[in-house]
Design a protein around this ligand. Structure first.
Ligand SMILES: *Cc1c(COP(=O)(O)O)cnc(C)c1O
Length: 353
């Protein structure tokens, strides 16, 4: 807290509230943490995705392959630039894109693949990157839930052509409002992202591109800069809680999340599958026991009314559809005490007894 107070006072003294040196310092630290050459602060994870698509000139007539089982922003950003979201089904164990199905969905119009590292574990990036390189397709990682996740020693956001992060309060590294960022090793791309986030102007009042206001403000960057050094510790705590859940819940009729070989899962969520149509009853029982839970996500994107014109229907992605009916995310956060976790475990044991 003293560091937050000091940072706040210094920022007020400086009078610089949008972009500026505090944001630049955080961008350098973030790039180092993610293992990339450049990080570009953005106003949100959603705007990071939008700016990334714009920076590659993706738009009308282009197809972007992504998951139907994600937060709306992934797909919303594709539609907002005028491109067509092309869905493929997910892997039932990881909740992430099924790489074999991605390969089959590629057409001559495929401009990008947007894998989502859902719940804190990276998608199957090795085959996705191999395919993308062979077919000259850009990979935009939606790493909003996965800062610090690793895939064969590569950090989330450093594997594709660009990574998109969110610092929304529910994410593993969060600010006190909205914030986001793009990560990349491509110096030209980083420059385009910096120009795009400020209305496409460079120099000032000369607009070579049509951008937007996707700027990160100094207050959020200050908060993020104070918190970033703690992220590894918080990630270790999340992983410890996940391991304890796994040990203690292994005999219940739940499917627990797993860590795939070569990966480091950062457990933004600890999401279990409840078979037999009992998910909603379980949630009700947890609520009665004073335990919060959440369903991420109850309706897959191909069934959302706003995407009806894409022409998808129920039955197109059976794994995503079944998953949306079975999943529930249990409480997990770094500061969770053993007593708090025991309460959750006891409530689950009572339900299944
Ligand atoms: C949170 C999130 C976003 C959007 O981030 P915001 O900062 O809330 O705009 C995008 N994709 C996924 C998968 C997310 O979880």
């Amino acid at each position: 807290m003293p560091r937050l107070r000091e940072g706040f006072e210094a920022m007020v003294q400086s009078g610089g509230f949008v972009l500026g040196p505090v944001v630049e310092k955080f961008e350098r630290d973030l790039a180092a943490y993610c293992g990339v050459a450049h990080a570009v602060g953005m106003s949100s994870g959603t705007d990071a995705l939008l700016a990334a698509l714009m920076a590659f000139g993706i738009g009308a007539g282009d197809e972007v392959i992504t998951s139907p089982f994600t937060f709306f922003a992934t797909v919303g950003s594709i539609a907002r630039v005028g491109a067509r979201p092309v869905f493929v089904d997910i892997d039932p164990t990881t909740f992430n894109l099924d790489a074999a199905l991605v390969a089959r969905a590629v057409t001559s119009r495929t401009k990008s693949i947007m894998p989502v590292h859902l719940f804190g574990q990276t998608a199957d990036m090795t085959p996705i990157m191999d395919l993308a390189r062979r077919r000259n397709i850009v990979v935009i990682e939606d790493a909003a839930q996965a800062i610090g996740a690793e895939d064969t020693a590569r950090r989330a956001g450093s594997i594709g052509d660009v990574g998109c992060l969110s610092f929304y309060p529910s994410k593993n590294l969060s600010c006190m409002g909205d914030g986001g960022g793009c990560t990349t090793n491509d110096t030209d791309l980083a420059e385009r992202l910096r120009v795009l986030r400020n209305h496409g102007q460079k120099p000032t009042y000369h607009h070579g591109m049509i951008g937007g206001n996707f700027r990160l403000d100094a207050f959020q960057a200050m908060v993020l800069g104070v918190k970033l050094p703690h992220l590894e510790g918080w990630t270790a705590d999340r992983r410890r809680h996940a391991e304890r859940y796994r040990q203690r819940l292994s005999r219940l009729s739940l499917t627990l999340p797993t860590e795939s070989p070569g990966k480091r899962h950062v457990y933004n969520q600890f999401t279990v599958r409840v078979p037999g149509g009992r998910r909603d009853a379980l949630r009700e029982h947890l609520t009665q026991s004073g335990i919060g839970s959440q369903v991420y996500y109850p309706k897959p994107m191909h069934l959302q009314p706003c995407f009806a014109e894409l022409g998808y229907k129920r039955g197109d992605f059976p794994v995503a559809e079944a998953t949306a009916e079975q999943v529930v995310s249990l409480p997990i956060f770094p500061e969770m005490t053993a007593d708090q976790q025991d309460e959750v475990i006891a409530a689950l044991e009572r339900f299944f007894a």
